[in-house]
Design a protein. Structure first.
Lengths: 171, 397
């Protein structure tokens, strides 16, 4: 039973809701995740009407509104290396969650990279964690590579890639 | 439109951080009564009630049911709409469509958000993708604002200093608007030194979390002319979904920073403007439009939209700022209400834009009134679900 709180003469009731659910990945994303889990491979699909290479793979091209058939010629294997096209780091007063007051001030967050894996085109953007926390060492256009978790820890999720590491030896 | 439609009444509650003194029912009823009073009608004169908010931001589902007494909707036709930040504009276009259909005489449109009730956090997380959530919370609205900010900076459309200048303009306008939530007396230095959230996005660039309700009454031409001496005409509206970005993880909102269609929101706003300009013979928007009331959730958005709305050439928003063209004394005043960075009660925010447009056309803006005749106003909103709804309101048919 909820307990009302009386602040001055204004009465309000605290409420709490806990929800759990399961969501299926769907045909194309399932195939993509299995390849990540079992082979350390990233797969996208190509719309042969507009040539956009879509990651995550979708069954319909949103722009052309045509079905992308589940045929081998429509699947594009992306590289485990790619180019950093944009990045950001949450530095300070990240959004306060008003329902919990959660406010992780002082924490250092890994930057998030917007990554174009090799084999993709301008429409192929993957958002993922960067290993390097010093943003002075990051710049647009640098080469980065996926660092995968060991096979036994991979579950068929985006987190099967631990993070993306700067490729050594580049100018 | 089958029938030409006019706004015949507007009402809004002053924006606040918290309204512990009222329930949701009482909050929306304040706006409903204000709009009815403005239109010199009673709830008995209303045929349709269209209601909208970011459902579940208050932890409440079926707001149309819970609020029925406050809305006055029992026994009437209507709809409930939720389209994220665009909600207020979507309910407006929905209401206008009802009026334009010729089936109804009066349509009451009500948007609200009572964000002091505090369920936003959980809902915000759930609006991300279960499979591609990587950053765990840094996306959402903040991520979208960062995407726009970095894009504006990279295009050299404005510097951080010029953004601070615009933010001070927005704050000064907010001080003149009695309905504004934030009443900030700030300097450019205050803005430049405020906390970095995600560089170059700073705390003071970002809209607040507000409580407010807004109500607008529309009617087809014959009824509007019969009921009011001060109709404001809905010249045209356009709604577009611009969801082209990939669900690339929790920062899907951010991906636009590196995507060919540009930062989130921008493409939809630009497409809506292009379509409405074409349909209404607007070839020189800066000269032909008298006032713009926008849904700019951050100062960076306002500046980004100068270009999306073709008020200047691409990459030249800085010129408008240096000239103060979008200031009250400028040639294309922009967000003299103080804008969304001064008040953001999400489900009401899009409708606040319409209400402010009506107030400006009627010349009832008081201290925030555009200091010259206002005949044609462009107003729009957009939201995280990537709907954008834009409208032209005019003094004359």
């Amino acid at each position: 039973m909820n307990t009302s709180t009386n602040q001055g003469d204004l009465i309000s009731v605290p409420c709490r809701l806990t929800l759990t659910w399961r969501e299926p990945a769907g045909l194309f994303v399932n195939r993509m995740f299995l390849a990540m889990r079992d082979k350390e491979e990233l797969w996208a699909v190509k719309c042969h009407s507009c040539n956009r290479i879509l990651f995550p793979p979708e069954i319909v091209c949103g722009m052309c509104k045509i079905r992308i058939e589940d045929k081998e010629e429509n699947w594009i294997k992306l590289g485990n290396e790619g180019t950093l096209v944009q990045f950001y780091q949450v530095t300070g007063s990240r959004e306060i969650d008003p329902s919990t007051g959660w406010h992780p001030k002082g924490q250092t967050f890994n930057p998030i990279g917007l990554i174009r894996p090799d084999g993709g085109n301008e429409w192929t953007i993957l958002a993922h964690i960067l290993e390097e926390t010093d943003t002075a060492k990051l710049s647009l256009g640098i080469r980065i590579k996926a660092v995968w978790k060991p096979r036994e820890e991979r579950q068929g999720l985006m987190s099967d890639i631990k993070f993306w590491r700067i490729v050594e030896g580049q100018k | 439109m089958a029938e030409r439609v006019a706004v015949i009444g507007v009402g809004q509650t002053p924006g606040k951080r918290s309204r512990k003194d009222v329930s949701e029912i009482e909050l929306v009823n304040e706006a409903v009564r204000a709009a009815l009073e403005d239109a010199e009608l009673t709830i008995k004169d209303i045929d349709v009630v269209i209601e909208g908010n970011m459902e579940f931001f208050e932890g409440t589902l079926y707001t149309d049911q819970w609020l029925v007494e406050g809305l006055g909707s029992c026994g009437k036709s209507g709809l409930k709409v939720n389209s994220a930040g665009d909600t207020g504009a979507t309910i407006f276009s929905t209401g206008v469509s009802h009026a334009a259909s010729g089936l109804f005489k009066t349509v009451l449109i009500v948007g609200f958000e009572k964000q002091d009730e505090g369920a936003y956090g959980g809902v915000g997380m759930r609006s991300e993708d279960s499979f591609f959530d990587i950053a765990g919370g840094s996306g959402r609205a903040i991520g979208s604002m960062w995407g726009t900010a970095i894009s504006v900076l990279n295009r050299k459309s404005a510097t951080e200093e010029l953004i601070a200048k615009v933010r001070v303009k927005e704050a000064e306008c907010g001080l003149r608007n009695p309905y504004s939530h934030l009443k900030l007396k700030i300097t450019e230095n205050d803005v430049l030194n405020s906390n970095i959230v995600i560089w170059p996005l700073r705390f003071l660039h970002i809209c607040p979390t507000s409580v407010s309700s807004c109500a607008v009454i529309v009617a087809p031409e014959k009824e509007a002319k019969r009921l009011t001496r001060k109709p404001v005409w809905v010249k045209d509206y356009y709604c577009i979904h611009s969801g082209l970005q990939p669900r690339c993880g929790e920062p899907w909102l951010n991906v636009g920073a590196a995507y060919p269609t540009g930062p989130q929101f921008r493409w939809g706003v630009e497409q809506a403007a292009i379509a409405l300009y074409k349909r209404n013979g607007i070839t020189h928007p800066r000269k032909q439009i008298d006032y713009i009331e926008s849904y700019s959730p951050s100062t960076w958005h306002e500046v980004d939209y100068y270009e999306a709305l073709k008020l200047c050439e691409p990459g030249e928003a800085w010129k408008l700022i240096e000239e103060e063209a979008t200031w009250p004394h400028g040639d294309i005043p922009f967000d003299l209400s103080g804008g969304v960075v001064s008040t953001n009660a999400i489900g009401a925010t899009g409708l606040h834009r319409v209400a402010e447009a009506v107030i400006q056309i009627r010349g009832e803006g008081g201290e925030r009134q555009v200091p010259r005749d206002v005949n044609l106003v462009f107003t729009f909103a957009q939201g995280a679900d990537q709907f954008c709804t834009a409208a032209f309101l005019s003094k004359n048919l």
